[in-house]
Design a protein around this ligand. Structure first.
Ligand SMILES: NC(=O)c1ccc[n+]([C@@H]2O[C@H](COP(=O)([O-])OP(=O)(O)OC[C@H]3O[C@@H](n4cnc5c(N)ncnc54)[C@H](O)[C@@H]3O)[C@@H](O)[C@H]2O)c1
Length: 341
C-alpha cells in the first residue's frame, strides 16, 4: 500500500471535527494535525485523535515539510487567506464552501493551484451525495429527456447566523449541484430576499439562474420556515426526478410523467402522461466520507476532483452576482462568459 497522505485540519469548532473524524478513519490518510485558535476547542478533541498533533499556530502546519495537505474549516472570510497561504507553502488544499468571498479571490486561488500543480478542492458536499450522483446519471444518460428546469428548496427553522445571510450560508449547496447537473455556467442570475430577524442579513432568499441552453434554475433558501426541506427537483421532457435528503429510504424518486407532444388527433389539447413512479436504491454512505476519500485520492493521484477550484469559483461568482441583484431589488445580473461550470 502507498504511504498515507498526511493532512492537517484547521478550524475545530462545529464542522471541522466532522472532517477530522472522517479523515482519521481513512487508511489512505494520516490525520497529522488539528489546529484552532482556541485551546479550549482543541482540548475537547484531543482524546478522539491520540496520534495527532494539536496546535493554535496555523504556521506549524505550513512549516511541516512532511505535510501534504491542509483542510480548511474556518469561518468564511478566512477561507481565501488560509488557502492562499497553504498553496503558497506547497500544500494541497481542501476548503469549506464557499471557496472565497469574491469571484476574483476564488479565481486567483484556482489559478494558484494550477500554477503550483496542487489539488484545490471545495466542499461541495452534495455533488458527492450518492442520491445526487444517481440524479446526475439520469440527467447525463438522457433518461429525463431534455432538461426544462430545476429547483431547490433548502428551508428550515434553523441556525440564524449573524454574519452570513441565507444565500451565502445555504446557497452554495444548491448552486453547486445545479451547475454540476446542468453542466453549464449561467448567463444571468437574480435574487430577491428580505431580512426579517436581523437588519441587513437576509433570512429568506429566492434566487434564479438562467443557463445558455434555456434551462431555468430556482432556489428557495431560508432559515425562517416551518418546514424542513432539503430537496432538489429536476423537470425533463420525458421524466421528472426528486432528490429529498430528508427521506431515509426514498432519497430519489423518478416520475415517468410528462407532456405528450401535440398531435393533430387531439386538436388543441396537450396530453399528459402519468406512468410509473420508481425509487432507485441509494447507498447510505455518509457523503462527507466520500468527499474526504475523493480529496485524499485526488492528492495521491494528482488529479482534478469534480469540485475543484474552478467549480468553486463559479459558485462564488453566482453568489456574488445574486448578492448584487439582492441589493438592487432583484434586478437581473449578467454573468461574464468564462470557463464552463
Ligand atoms: N459542507 C457543509 O455542509 C458545511 C456545514 C457546516 C459548516 N460548513 C462550513 O464549515 C466552515 C466552518 O463552520 P463552523 O460552523 O464550524 O464555523 P465556526 O465559525 O463556528 O468555527 C470556525 C473555527 O475556526 C477557527 N479559526 C478561525 N481562524 C483560524 C485560524 N487562522 N487558525 C486556526 N483556527 C481558526 C475558529 O477559532 C473557530 O473555532 C464554514 O466555512 C462553514 O461554511 C460546511
Amino acid at each position: 500500500m502507498s504511504t498515507p497522505i498526511r493532512v492537517g485540519v484547521v478550524g475545530m469548532n462545529y464542522w471541522g471535527p466532522n472532517l477530522a473524524r472522517n479523515l482519521a478513519r481513512l487508511a489512505s490518510c494520516d490525520l497529522a494535525w488539528c489546529c484552532d485558535l482556541s485551546e479550549e476547542l482543541l482540548a475537547r478533541h484531543r482524546s478522539a485523535h491520540p496520534g495527532t498533533a494539536f496546535t493554535t499556530r496555523y504556521d506549524d502546519l505550513l512549516e511541516d515539510d512532511g505535510l501534504d495537505a491542509v483542510v480548511i474549516a474556518t469561518s468564511v472570510p478566512t477561507h481565501a487567506p488560509l488557502a492562499r497561504a497553504a498553496l503558497s507553502a506547497g500544500k494541497h488544499a481542501f476548503v469549506e464552501k464557499p471557496l472565497a468571498l469574491t469571484g476574483a479571490e476564488a479565481r486567483e486561488l484556482a489559478a494558484l493551484a494550477d500554477e503550483r500543480e496542487l489539488v484545490l478542492m471545495v466542499d461541495h458536499l452534495l455533488v458527492y451525495h450518492p442520491g445526487v450522483q444517481a440524479m446526475k446519471a439520469l440527467v447525463d444518460g438522457g433518461a429525463l429527456g431534455r432538461i426544462y428546469y430545476l429547483y431547490g428548496n433548502r428551508v428550515n427553522l434553523g441556525i440564524i447566523r449573524p454574519d452570513e445571510n441565507a444565500l451565502w450560508s445555504l446557497g452554495p449547496h444548491d448552486i453547486s449541484v445545479m451547475l454540476w447537473l446542468v453542466g453549464e455556467r449561467p448567463t444571468e442570475v437574480s435574487a430577491s430576499g428580505e431580512s426579517y430577524v436581523q437588519p441587513g442579513v437576509e433570512d429568506v432568499v429566492f434566487g434564479r439562474m438562467r443557463f445558455p441552453s434555456g434551462v431555468l434554475g430556482h432556489l428557495h433558501l431560508s432559515w425562517l420556515d416551518p418546514h424542513k426541506m432539503r430537496r432538489m427537483t429536476v423537470i425533463g421532457s420525458d421524466k421528472m426526478v426528486v432528490f429529498d435528503d430528508m427521506e431515509t429510504e426514498r432519497k430519489v424518486t423518478v416520475y415517468d410523467k410528462g407532456p405528450i407532444p401535440r398531435t393533430e388527433t387531439y386538436g388543441e389539447y396537450i396530453q399528459v402522461r402519468s406512468g410509473d413512479i420508481s425509487i432507485p436504491k441509494i447507498p447510505g454512505t455518509e457523503p462527507l466520507r466520500i468527499v474526504c476519500e475523493e480529496f485524499v485520492s485526488a492528492v495521491a493521484e494528482r488529479r482534478r476532483p469534480a469540485a475543484d477550484g474552478r467549480a468553486g469559483a463559479v459558485v462564488v461568482e453566482v453568489l456574488e452576482a445574486m448578492s448584487q441583484s439582492l441589493r438592487s431589488a432583484g434586478s437581473p445580473v449578467a454573468l461574464d462568459a468564462g470557463a464552463p461550470a
